[in-house]
Write a new protein. Structure first.
Ligand code: GLY
Length: 257
């Protein structure tokens, strides 16, 4: 079985301001910061259990969304591309990530006025799909194409509608299989892949994290989890209810390389 793999996972702690993280308009539930911290720690332990070495960065209370490190940098081969987050309140999150990653790889930057959130990048083998969402611009997709021009990666934009990020609607498990929530992009766009369709009442499960032979699946998605297991993948259930309240998914809280 050919699934995404990695050696390191960069993670960042949950700040005491996490209850002020940017919240989808439909979410009204209060956020329990202590619970978010406990869930984050169990998530970190799960990543370690899958063989990843953690690089831990301290939380920064100035940035309520800072645990969602995925949005701040992309690692593609031997390059790290520091993003330009689409939400102004999140732009300052990138500095600490840049410092942490510059010792490992060559740095590139998405330049303003382009904006890009890592949650809009879906990597499938050498194909980099860039979600054009409210956070990510076509100018950023073009900059990414230029940065990667002399590499094995190709870049394809895809319009995203009515959901935060491309990976809120679609994630890659390996072996040409994706989990997919219909209705937020051209439903034929990923027709070349085998699709596990996520029911609307388990919408949060469109964001799974497949790494080193196991698929992390969020709690509260038994139907999706059963379909993933029936497709031949090992799964591990993780409860990240507090992240879900602020639009975060399983891929959001780590950068794996
Ligand atoms: N709360 C996650 C985000 O809006 O980026």
């Amino acid at each position: 079985m050919q699934t995404p793999s990695g050696t390191f996972a960069l993670v960042r702690g949950v700040p005491k301001t996490f209850h002020r993280a940017i919240t989808p308009s439909e979410s009204t539930e209060p956020i329990d910061v202590e619970r978010a911290r406990e869930q984050h720690e169990r998530y970190c332990q799960a990543l370690e259990g899958l063989g990843l070495k953690l690089i831990r960065i301290a939380a920064d209370d100035r940035f309520p969304d800072c645990p969602f490190v995925e949005d701040t940098a992309l690692v593609l081969g031997d390059r790290v591309i520091i993003t330009a987050p689409g939400a102004e309140a999140r732009r300052g999150e990138t500095g600490a990530i840049e410092q942490a990653l510059e010792n490992y790889m060559t740095l590139y930057h998405i330049q303003s006025p382009a904006t890009l959130d890592g949650g809009d990048i879906l990597l499938i083998d050498e194909h980099v799909y860039v979600g054009l969402s409210s956070r990510t611009s076509s100018l950023a997709a073009e900059q990414l194409r230029q940065i990667l021009a002399d590499t094995r990666y190709d870049v394809t934009p895809v319009a995203v509608d009515g959901i935060l990020h491309l990976k809120s609607a679609c994630t890659y498990l390996g072996d040409d299989v994706i989990v997919y929530l219909p209705g937020h992009l051209d439903d034929d766009f990923f027709a070349r892949y085998e699709r596990i369709t996520v029911p609307r009442n388990e919408a949060h499960a469109a964001n799974c994290l497949s790494i080193n032979g196991t698929v992390l699946v969020p709690a509260g998605a038994p139907e999706t989890r059963a379909h993933i297991e029936n497709a031949g993948f090992d799964t591990l259930e993780i409860d990240i209810s507090e992240s879900h309240k602020v639009g975060g998914g399983l891929t959001c809280s780590c950068i794996i390389f």
